[in-house]
Design a protein around this ligand. Structure first.
Ligand SMILES: Cc1cc2nc3c(=O)[nH]c(=O)nc-3n(C[C@H](O)[C@H](O)[C@H](O)COP(=O)(O)OP(=O)(O)OC[C@H]3O[C@@H](n4cnc5c(N)ncnc54)[C@H](O)[C@@H]3O)c2cc1C
Length: 458
């Protein structure tokens, strides 16, 4: 923190509270889902509405203070030391226009809140696996959803962006505006979004859930899933994850310490067609659990069953052009029970509509990827260095098939959120275009606590 940042004498004029380190409530205001590290701003603005965001950015720019933004803390990358943090979690307004199948979603809305609101109109958003992730942060990172292969990235379905830029202006951006395509895919690099207008899909039910396989069947289950994904319709999106279940009270006693594979499925066709499609997976090996069924869209958080509680995690990922057996065999070796650091590791099936760019030229690249390989560290006594070494090894293992990285699924601070990592999220041409726009719209890099695109010098 520089002297200037640490000596805040005037505070922004906002309706929501503004707290400084040491104030009652400061710690609660900065806390987020990621607990490995935390923003520690000189002041945190608990924004109540868009005008608070505008006032906070304008104030920060005037005082030369950098700005961080947090809705839930799921995607914290570069933690602020000093500066101003805008906490958007109170901005939970949702307006649905059923006729145009769109929603206007304020900056603090979580996926689960939008799922419930949209379901009341027979609609569904293109949300991801966890109901507690922020809609805006997820969408600004691209957004690989439960129905990704059918509908593409969530960011491909944004109609308008309301955001405050570094000059303190609240703008409305639409497809065709220079900034519109730059904002989608780059997190908070170009400003603080106050609301998004997004498309909703006419989906009320899905066929889905989980198939779970015990230790001895993990390789068989993975091989069956790998072969099966080469020939499923785009209406079916699935993932497989392998984990040695931790010895914690949230895991049923008989499962603690067991290495398992779980296949998660979401299909928008009929239940009968779903049953027919999953038959080869069911036939692959004995199942420990099988809850595949028709379910209302509001229950789809049960498809991945992401952990709901804040915890520390670091993760790497690789977008893959293909998934040969050679890749899955090598992946199991470095992520399995013998791994020096326990990880949740697996693949999501991409392709389908994710390959197609929408009409707006947004900053979501590497569309040729057919799979996403991931490994996420589990909490434990191992050192940061040990975690990073293991995740580096996972990356290296998948390198021959890697076409890039997905920034939404990259968790970790420090060198894991540096320029080199960020660049790998984009093609070289896109990164150059983004850096040029950053120089015009945020030349002093006010918005730097993110997977940062540095403004070009000179
Ligand atoms: C359990 C879990 C499950 C996940 N599942 C999926 C998934 O299925 N698909 C997928 O694609 N991703 C998924 N993610 C990744 C997630 O989409 C990103 O971490 C995303 O950045 C989280 O956004 P947030 O607002 O919840 O988090 P925050 O930590 O609050 O924000 C993360 C970043 O988003 C940006 N941001 C947030 N709000 C604003 C704003 N108003 N204006 C400008 N920038 C903003 C900022 O750069 C901020 O640093 C998952 C993450 C977790 C932890």
């Amino acid at each position: 923190m520089t002297n200037r940042e640490s000596s805040i004498t005037e505070l922004p004029a906002t309706t929501g509270p503004v707290l400084q380190s040491g104030d009652t409530g400061y710690e609660a205001e900065i806390a987020g889902f990621q607990t490995a590290y935390t923003h520690r701003p000189a002041a945190v603005v608990a924004a109540a509405h868009a005008e608070d965001v505008r006032a906070a950015v304008e104030y920060a720019a005037r005082h030369g203070l950098p700005v961080a933004v947090q809705a839930t803390g799921h995607g914290l990358s570069v933690a602020a030391e000093g500066g101003v943090l805008i906490n958007t979690s109170r901005m939970t307004d949702i307006r649905i226009d059923a006729a145009s199948r769109t929603a206007r979603v304020a900056a603090g809305v979580q996926a689960g809140q939008l799922i419930d609101a949209a379901a009341a109109h027979g609609l569904a958003p293109l949300n991801g696996s966890s109901p507690s992730v922020g809609v805006v942060g997820y969408t600004l990172g691209g957004g690989v959803g439960l129905l990704a292969r059918e509908f593409g990235y969530a960011a491909d379905h944004v109609r308008a962006i309301e955001m405050v830029t570094a000059d303190g202006r609240l703008r409305r951006l639409e497809p065709g505006d220079e900034l519109f395509g730059a904002v989608l895919g780059t997190g908070g690099n170009f400003g603080v979004v106050t609301a998004l207008e997004i498309e909703l899909m006419p989906v009320t039910t899905v066929y889905g859930g989980q198939l779970q396989f015990d230790t001895r069947y993990v390789p068989q289950a993975l091989e069956a899933w790998r072969l099966w994904t080469s020939d499923v319709p785009d209406e079916l999106t699935s993932a497989i994850s392998m984990i040695t279940l931790p010895d914690i009270p949230q895991v049923p006693e008989h499962l603690r310490g067991r290495y398992t594979a779980t296949i998660s499925i979401a299909f928008t066709g009929s239940q009968a067609e779903g049953e027919r499609l999953v038959a080869p997976l069911r036939a692959a090996a004995d199942r420990m659990a099988d809850d595949l069924r028709g379910m209302p869209y509001v229950d789809t958080h049960e498809i991945h069953r992401d952990p709901p509680h804040p915890h520390p995690y670091t993760a790497t990922n690789a977008l893959l052009s293909e998934l040969p057996a050679e890749a899955t065999d090598a992946f199991l070796e470095v992520t399995g029970p013998e791994s020096t650091v326990p990880v949740v590791a697996g693949f999501r099936h991409l392709g389908g509509a994710l390959r197609r760019r929408g009409p707006a030229e947004i900053a979501v690249d590497h569309r040729a990827a057919e799979y996403l390989g991931r490994a996420i560290s589990l909490p434990g006594p191992h050192s940061d260095a040990a975690v990073r070494d293991r995740l580096d090894l996972v990356r290296k293992t998948l390198q021959p098939w890697t076409v890039g990285h997905n920034l939404n699924f990259l968790y970790g601070g420090g060198s894991w959120a540096d320029e080199a990592q960020t660049r790998e999220g984009y093609s070289a041409a896109t990164y150059d275009r983004l850096a040029a726009l950053k120089s015009s719209y945020d030349p002093h890099n006010l918005f730097r606590f993110n997977r940062n695109i540095r403004p070009r010098r000179g």
